[in-house]
Design a protein around this ligand. Structure first.
Ligand code: PAP
Length: 333
């Protein structure tokens, strides 16, 4: 049985693309896929044919508005967490917190903030945004250079969430294993690690993705906010305030006094989200994926339970080379 027949995600189904896309993909560099059979290098990053179709469609058809807020991540950087924080924060007037009927209790964060290239544009249809309120909250895993041009040219705000490469890798490895569960052709941690170190991972190379947004956040601090998973863990209130100010929804003194920040952090915590019925039993209405696969441990430093000394040295070396002179420092525990 092939990967494409068993994966719960359409985005890994090799054949479910137009003839035009198949033709394009046939000439792209390819490597063994982490989840799907193969991964292809398109516009400098690694992905599946179905995603390539979505990328082309959103690059051609998506028109950004100045008020849009787009959350950008490498896969497994904490997308689900930040989607929750951002949704609750931005919509706190329309959907008051401390309310048991809050949308977060009935929809998974991935359905509240859809992915451009994965959820909205992958069927060749023009997506109807009429049900969205302003500001529109959207997300993507796309590298900066592949964002639709209108996103780059408009005043659309980009919130980038970065996670240290070791935990990102381990999270991806677990995720890939979960999706490959019913397959014979598993991929070992060693093989996947070698691919990661060569830059062959979903939306990778990891360092290009991170570096490009890091540079943009320095050059255009009003356009790109660069957040780190580990910093949100360490200083949640401070980082939530940074986020609120960046998206122009700062907290008032009264809101701060009311305990609102603690409640937003509690609602979006791993503990709370991973135990909600919608996330333990539900499926995404957009991708069809079981919501529970986005919750595993949610900790900093889990890589230490998997990395050998050799793996650690190798990745340290790669990361040092790739980020030399950038001023960016990762937190690993
Ligand atoms: P995606 O990019 O494919 O959407 P994403 O949400 O970034 O996935 O990755 C899931 C990771 O975030 C998991 O990390 P782990 O494998 O190291 O455990 C998941 O547990 C973690 N995660 C999910 N929700 C939260 C949360 N509320 N707080 C902290 N971490 C979380």
């Amino acid at each position: 049985m092939t990967t494409s027949q068993t994966s719960p995600f359409r985005i890994f189904q090799e054949d479910d693309v137009s003839e035009e896309c198949k033709k394009l993909v046939s000439i792209l560099p390819k490597e063994k896929g982490w989840i799907g059979s193969y991964t292809y290098n398109y516009q400098g990053f690694w992905t599946t044919p179905k995603v390539i179709e979505g990328v082309i469609a959103c690059q051609q058809r998506f028109h950004a508005q100045d008020s849009d807020i787009i959350l950008v991540t490498n896969p497994k950087a904490g997308t689900t967490w930040l989607k929750s924080l951002l949704f609750v924060l931005v919509n706190r007037k329309e959907h008051p917190i401390f309310n048991q009927n809050h949308p977060l209790y009935v929809k998974t964060p991935h359905d509240l903030i859809p992915f451009l290239e994965l959820d909205l544009y992958h069927d060749g249809e023009v997506f109807d945004f009429s049900s969205f309120t302003s500001p529109r909250l959207l997300s993507t895993h796309l590298p900066f250079a592949s964002l639709p041009k209108s996103v780059q040219d408009s005043r659309t705000k980009l919130v980038y969430l970065c996670r240290n490469p070791k935990d990102t890798f381990i999270s991806m490895w677990h995720f890939a294993n979960r999706l490959r569960l019913h397959q014979k052709d598993t991929i070992s941690i060693e093989e996947m690690f070698d691919f990661f170190c060569k830059g062959v991972n979903p939306y990778g190379p990891f360092w290009n993705h991170v570096s490009d947004y890091w540079k943009q956040s320095i050059e255009k601090p009003n356009k790109v906010l660069f957040l780190m998973y580990e910093e949100i863990k360490a200083q949640p209130t401070l980082q939530l305030k940074r986020l609120a100010e960046f998206v122009e929804c700062p907290f008032s003194v009264e809101e701060e006094k009311s305990g609102m920040l603690d409640e937003i952090l509690r609602m979006s915590s791993f503990e709370n989200l991973s135990n909600l019925k919608v996330n333990t039993n539900g499926k995404s209405s957009l991708s069809g994926a079981p919501n529970r696969i986005f919750f595993r441990k949610g900790e900093v430093g889990d890589w230490k339970n998997y990395f050998t000394i050799k793996m650690n040295e190798k990745l340290n070396h790669v990361i040092e080379q790739k980020f030399q002179g950038s001023g960016l420092k990762f937190v690993y525990n």
